[in-house]
Write a protein that binds this ligand. Structure first.
Ligand code: KE4
Length: 425
């Protein structure tokens, strides 16, 4: 497959942008080689600058649940942009979007829009500290909540893939207030809550881990988190930037029936444009400026063009059977990949929740960072490049999720399964 133009553009970009990318997750640092530069996308397919076509399972890391360049979303964005792209003042669209989110998330009484998942996580953390008057927070090893200093400790996603789970530049004072627990291990939470009574402001969790690869919560884990935090007077924050509107219309909190105190959202709610959000109980959100003393602001927060993309996207998700269709497509993909690896006698564990999945080169079970870290990264790398050469675009890291969209067809799924068979032969 000729990718010379990507190589040329990458060389140019590296002269201008650190590592030639505006996010390390795109750098292919975990798999080696030259990151593909894309020219366009439509539905479940993307085309690179050399004209090569791929079935896309990155979907911009989650936002493109309807597929690329969805006609309704593009029309809405185009139309709204004609009236101006940003005012730095309230618009009706922000309330429309807020209503759509609050209807789907009963745990959210009030919501604040920001421009990224990082801003959502950072703000929710500051709010938890402001509301409780406590300093310490608990996160999970391999959990990723954006690149705010306090959260770049034992972080997942690109931080993990590039070997910097504890980022340079994060000062000791930040790190010492960030306590680390193990996903699916309630005792690892209890230890901290018992050691620091009255000092822990919150536990922040991806209710389905996505940034160490997809790791579902064990039965009872989320309920246990809920009970332990309530008993300790700490807030429970669900970072649903990946799972929100993804694993169900109401996210993981709907799918598993556990209500957090605060929720972070992003990705899908922007429909491909920059939107993040945090929201939750009114008594907590009333602490947010201008109502209360916790400050958070943003020039482009609630941007009308981004709201148009988000509103159009969210409206489509409530169509009858939307999530059933996603579920059946992703289930077929999981079954096909599992069969392909069994035929090749290659150890594989596929963890899937709804339309997100990760293939671990690992006999399994994979239920937390310790088992994730046993996976065969070299095996994934070989598989990744062979899939790319066959026109299938998985995430360029073993610690990320594959995303299935409503635009993926049965033919896409069948072609992906056949490509996996070839990649393993
Ligand atoms: P952003 O700041 O990238 O919009 O969101 C940060 C974030 C917060 N919470 C969760 C659960 C997330 O997954 C993310 C971002 N996800 C990564 C990939 N897993 C984004 C890709 C990238 O960093 O380029």
């Amino acid at each position: 497959m000729n990718r010379q133009r990507s190589e040329q553009l990458y060389d140019e970009a590296k002269e201008l942008i650190p590592g030639g990318v505006n996010s390390p997750a795109r750098s292919w640092g975990a798999v080696g080689g030259t990151p593909i530069f894309f020219a366009r996308g439509k539905g479940s397919h993307v085309w690179d600058v050399d004209g090569n076509e791929y079935i896309d399972y990155v979907g911009s890391w989650g936002p493109m649940i309807l597929g690329h360049a969805d006609d309704e979303v593009i029309n809405a964005v185009t139309e709204v942009a004609q009236s101006g792209t940003s005012f730095g003042a309230p618009t009706q669209a922000e309330s429309e979007m807020a209503s759509l989110v609050l209807d789907a998330y009963p745990s959210i009484d009030l919501i604040r829009f920001v421009s990224s998942g990082t801003e959502a996580g950072m703000s929710a953390l500051r709010l938890a500290r402001a509301f409780t008057g406590r300093d310490k927070i608990v996160k999970f090893e391999g959990g990723y909540h954006g690149h705010a200093d306090a959260l770049l400790v034992a972080a997942g996603s690109g931080a993990l893939a590039h070997g910097v789970p504890d980022s340079a530049g994060v000062t000791g004072s930040f790190a010492e207030d960030t306590l680390i627990a193990q996903f699916n291990d309630l005792d690892s939470i209890k230890v901290h809550l018992d050691a620091y009574p009255g000092e822990i402001a919150c536990v922040i969790a991806e209710p389905v881990a996505g940034n160490m690869g997809v790791v579902p919560p064990d039965p009872g884990f989320l309920e246990g988190l809920r009970n332990l935090t309530t008993q300790a007077g700490a807030l429970l924050i669900f970072d649903e930037v990946i799972t929100g509107f993804r694993v169900a219309l109401g996210g993981a909190q709907e799918r598993y029936g556990v209500a957090p105190d605060l929720t972070c959202l992003g990705k899908i709610i922007g429909g491909g444009l920059p939107v993040g959000a945090y929201g939750g109980r009114a008594d907590i959100m009333n602490v947010v400026s201008p109502l209360g003393p916790m400050y958070q602001a943003g020039t482009l927060s609630g941007n009308p063009v981004a709201m148009a993309a988000g509103i159009t996207t969210l409206r489509r998700l409530s169509a009858p059977g939307f999530y059933d269709d996603l579920e059946s497509k992703a289930a077929r993909l999981e079954a096909g990949l599992t069969a392909a690896f069994a035929e090749a006698e290659t150890p594989l564990t596929v963890n899937r929740v709804g339309s997100i999945l990760t293939m671990f080169f690992n006999a399994g079970p994979v239920n937390g960072w310790s088992s994730v870290s046993q996976s065969d990264k070299d095996g994934f790398t070989r598989f990744f490049h062979r899939m790319i050469d066959q026109g299938v675009y998985p995430p360029p890291s073993p610690f990320e999720a594959w995303f299935v969209s409503s635009a993926h067809t049965d033919e896409d799924i069948d072609r992906t399964i056949e490509a996996a068979r070839q990649a393993l032969s």
